[in-house]
Design a protein around this ligand. Structure first.
Ligand code: A3D
Length: 320
């Protein structure tokens, strides 16, 4: 059986890391696409030359030609610009919307059967625009954010409780922005919900509130430290987890930006929700019940996403 083909649209910090991970994990052959001449070719060659020491078999190709992504099984999109210190994700909207148009058309013409994972920010609006521009089925186009935001939450909780991250489960829903919704009630250490851990004296409500806020600010914390770009190692591993769930039909339950058509009371929007990812792409959205406070935070987050989608429609009339 031929190896799966994985197209990475954008060969910057995340794109290069994705290519390295795909090769190391032998998930398939890689096509790295970027408009910057030489960057995808150089990264593809560099990673290919690490294959001997790492012992992987994978072909890697860098290109500026969309024809090379023909027949890709998975496309992971990072094309566009990242934020710099002082910028919010929303400041990227105008530039990255134009990028989504060319990427959507390139995927539609060459890899219409692919499972598409968007990472470009502002995530929830960009994945919506990418689906509109590409015309691919909504179950085959999703966005990576919740896996990363939940991983950050789990990391901070594991530090607070001094337990393995493997035993911490956590959910972050809503839009990937300052209004994201870390759900403490659905987050546990080995099945014990966080509110119970507060009652048991493992932590205090104040400390938990500070962890929730640090999670919301997780991306900005790294932008502030790096100064020249945004996080790329953990965003790449998060998207690989989703791609692997699709390629291996793992039926993983992962939070990701999915097209809600009735679920969570939404009508045609992408927002971070619990999903099951398998060979059918987004096979199911798990419509969990929210408390009054959680619903209010979720609605606030959804309204922020809706505002960005309206801004996209104002910029590109083909989206209206
Ligand atoms: P960067 O290293 O700048 O890479 C972006 C690449 O896109 C560059 O190599 C550009 O040449 C390329 N590019 C620009 N325009 C096009 C185009 N039209 N077609 C093809 N390629 C193009 O950025 P990065 O890899 O650090 O980040 C990529 C995106 O991911 C940014 O928008 C970030 O904000 C976003 N991001 C999202 C998350 C989430 O959790 C959702 C986390 C981190 C970064």
């Amino acid at each position: 059986m031929a190896r799966p083909k994985i197209a990475l649209i954008g060969a910057g910090q995340i794109g290069g890391t994705l290519a390295h991970l795909v090769a190391l994990k032998e998930l398939g052959d890689v096509v790295l696409f970027d408009i910057a001449e030489g960057t995808p070719e150089g990264k593809a060659l560099d990673i290919a030359e690490s294959g001997l020491s790492e012992g992987f078999d994978a072909k890697l190709k860098g290109t500026q030609d969309y024809a090379d992504i023909a027949g890709a099984d998975v496309c992971i999109v990072t094309a566009g610009v990242p934020r710099k210190p002082g910028m919010s994700r929303d400041d990227l909207l105008g530039i990255n919307l134009k990028v989504m148009k060319s990427v959507g058309e390139g995927i539609a013409a060459n890899a219409p059967d692919a499972f598409v994972i968007c990472i470009t920010n502002p995530l929830d609006a960009m994945v919506w625009a990418l689906q509109q521009f590409s015309g691919l089925p909504t179950n085959k186009v999703c966005g990576m954010a919740g896996v990363l935001d939940s991983a950050r939450f789990r990391h901070f909780l594991s530090l607070e409780f001094d337990v393995s991250m493997k035993d911490v489960t956590a959910f972050v829903l809503g839009g990937h922005g300052d209004t994201m919704v870390p759900l403490t009630r659905y987050s546990t250490v080995a099945g014990i919900p966080l509110p119970d851990l507060v009652k048991m004296g493992w932590t205090t409500q104040d400390k938990l509130d500070a962890i929730v806020q640090r999670t919301r600010d997780g991306g900005a914390e790294i932008v502030g430290l790096l100064k020249t770009g945004s996080a790329f190692y953990a965003p790449a591993t998060s998207a690989i987890e989703m791609a692997e769930a699709y390629l291996k039909d793992q039926k993983r339950l992962l939070p990701c930006a999915a097209y809600c058509d009735g679920e969570f009371g939404l009508d045609g929007f992408y927002v971070g929700v619990p999903t099951i990812i398998g060979a059918g792409g987004i096979e199911k959205i798990v419509d969990i019940s929210l408390s009054k406070d959680e619903q209010a935070m979720f609605d606030n987050s959804v309204n922020a996403v809706k505002g960005l989608v309206e801004a996209c429609k104002g910029i590109d009339e083909s989206l209206a």
